[in-house]
Design a protein around this ligand. Structure first.
Ligand code: 5GP
Ligand code: ZN
Length: 308
């Protein structure tokens, strides 16, 4: 990374902290947020709700932990073992507890005193949707509106790369043609939505950060088939734009793992679009300034009405 990139990241980070928008907790990529930051997140979420009103989407909310089995079944560990987070906990006796506490007091590694549990941290908001959509879909398919905290083990000094962040997703499950039409419509609609608040996004074909040598092939294939589109905008640094939203077309990836059909024996296709809510808020602070009272009235009134 160039010195000017690092300096730009640092400037933006200090601006967010100085204005009370984010609160450092001592670990890279894990922040608290102030009231104004949260108001902007709520404001933008409401714009998504309004834009998606015609989808008749089922609105679901899932916790930031999912069954470990779901992480295993979804293929996330196969592709992104380096990003997953699994919950471990203590299940021992009094004597083993004393050993654990000694290790903690000594600043030693206490991980060996813990056991893997049946829960893991959610890595994407949409996974529980596939797991709960087994069987035959309604004739027209369905759209689900889902949100949750997501965890990805990607510590970074860049404030737009969080280990724990909120994703709001629309997930479409249906026949291949319907899913492709849905995706085409939402490329336009999401770009217009982001532009309506002053974010001039560029749509680029992208690849997920698949692990290892086999992962390089998967990434090349994903790019060639244009399965992942990212909506990028400069946030921390002009020369390195960040994805504030992604549109992922999974074809049969999830329907084959979770037995989702459009009619008996015919596998459905799925696609999801995911808005990264913290990144969108940060992009807005970058674009319009750290103090929403100085934002253009039209944007302030939609996203931060307390500053009007
Ligand atoms: P995807 O599941 O396609 O990787 O991510 C969907 C969206 O979640 C991204 O477009 C982005 O806005 C958001 N996102 C992904 N990774 C991170 C991250 O490390 N930090 C933050 N703040 N948002 C992320
Ligand atoms: Zn998704």
């Amino acid at each position: 990374m160039t010195a000017s990139l690092i300096a730009a990241e640092k400037r933006f980070y200090h601006g967010l902290v100085h204005h009370g928008l984010i609160i450092p907790l001592g670990v890279d990529g894990v922040f608290g947020r102030g009231a104004v930051f949260e108001e902007v997140v709520r404001g933008f979420s409401q714009l998504i709700t309004t834009e998606a009103a015609d989808q008749n989407a089922e609105a679901l909310h899932f916790p930031p932990v999912i069954p470990r089995r779901l992480l295993e079944q979804s293929g996330f560990l196969a592709s992104f073992p380096h990003l997953a987070g699994t919950v471990f906990s203590f299940e021992g006796t009094d004597a083993e507890h004393r050993e654990l506490q000694h290790a903690v007091d000594d600043g030693a590694d206490w991980s060996t005193h813990q056991t893997m549990t049946d829960v893991a941290l959610a890595s994407a908001a949409c996974y529980p949707v596939y797991a709960t959509s087994r069987g035959v879909l309604p004739a027209a398919g369905k759209v689900v509106d889902v949100s949750s905290y997501c965890f990805r083990r990607e510590p970074s000094q860049d404030p737009v790369r969080l280990q724990s962040f909120r994703m709001r997703e629309l997930v479409c499950l249906g026949a291949p043609g319907d899913v492709l039409n849905w995706r085409a419509a939402w490329i336009e609609r999401s770009a217009a939505l982001l532009e309506s608040v002053g974010l001039a996004v560029k749509v680029v074909t992208a690849a997920d950060p698949f692990f290892g040598r086999a992962g390089r092939l998967l990434a090349a294939n994903q790019k060639e088939l244009e399965l992942k589109l990212e909506f990028v905008v400069p946030i921390s640094a002009e020369e390195r734009p960040t994805a504030v939203m992604s549109l992922n077309y999974h074809q049969e990836h999830f329907s084959s793992k979770f037995d989702i059909y459009t009619e008996p024996g015919v596998r459905a296709h799925t696609a999801c679009l995911g808005f990264g809510l913290e990144r969108i808020a940060m992009a807005l602070f970058k674009r319009h300034g750290f103090d929403p009272s100085a934002w253009p009235f039209q944007i302030r009134s939609k996203l931060c009405p307390s500053r009007c």
